[in-house]
Design a protein around this ligand. Structure first.
Ligand code: ATP
Length: 199
């Protein structure tokens, strides 16, 4: 099976996540996409991240009824640090024989050299699908010089540029700006009913 691996904090999951993951599913011929909710992402240490229970409830709401999208607990049911290279090892054991295609935005590809063991990470992926992101210029020569394993693995996904981020959605909620249509309806409804992200 061709399986996508989409890691994130999903704080909250927004429509860009869904649009882009679905486009990757289609263009990269993935039979399913595992949404790996990261507890404490090593590259976001020091940033305020909402409690795991809250993000889990929101991600479940976002993926409800999406048969090709599967919530993965690979980074939930283990202690920190949650390095992506270890996530892949866990998923390999859980889905033996699958072709694992790691999905990431251009910002994540740009930052990849600063991830833990980036060369081992790239070697552990069968393919890496990259979604364009506004403002994320990737110096590809530089990134592939540092991580030569990427050269054979990168797959560019032709996605629309969508200027939506979870931090922008959080800011909108905090400041009373419109945010509802940036989110799947079930996610927006849950946030409104619980009063999340107001402070
Ligand atoms: P934050 O604003 O809190 O940093 P985020 O919107 O980037 O959050 P994450 O959960 O960190 O959301 O993202 C998970 C993955 O989705 C990352 O690989 C990120 O690059 C990608 N991604 C998120 N939003 C977009 C977007 N608008 N365009 C392209 N890629 C995106």
């Amino acid at each position: 099976m061709r399986t996508g691996v989409f890691g994130g904090t999903f704080d909250p999951p927004h429509i860009a996540h869904l649009i882009l993951a679905d486009e990757c599913r289609h263009q990269l011929r993935l039979e399913r996409v595992l949404w790996v909710l990261t507890q404490t992402p090593p590259h976001k240490l020091g940033q305020e991240i909402s409690p795991l229970d809250q993000r889990l409830a929101l991600l479940q709401a976002a993926l409800d009824g999406e048969s090709a999208f599967v919530l993965s607990r690979a980074d939930i049911d283990r202690p920190a640090p949650h390095y992506a290279v270890d996530t892949l090892r866990i998923l390999r054991a859980e889905y033996p024989g699958d072709t694992l295609v790691y999905l990431m935005g251009g910002d994540s590809l740009r930052d990849l050299p600063s991830w833990h063991a980036p060369r081992q990470f790239a070697a552990a992926c069968d393919e890496i699908g990259v979604m364009r992101r506004p403002g994320a210029q990737v110096e590809l020569d530089e990134v592939t010089r540092q991580i030569p394993e990427l050269l054979e693995k990168l797959r560019w996904v032709d996605t629309p540029l969508i200027g939506i981020s979870a931090s922008e959605v959080r800011r909108r909620i905090r400041e009373g700006a419109p945010y509802r249509h940036y989110l799947p309806p079930a996610v927006a409804g849950l946030i409104a009913s619980r009063g999340w992200y107001l402070d």
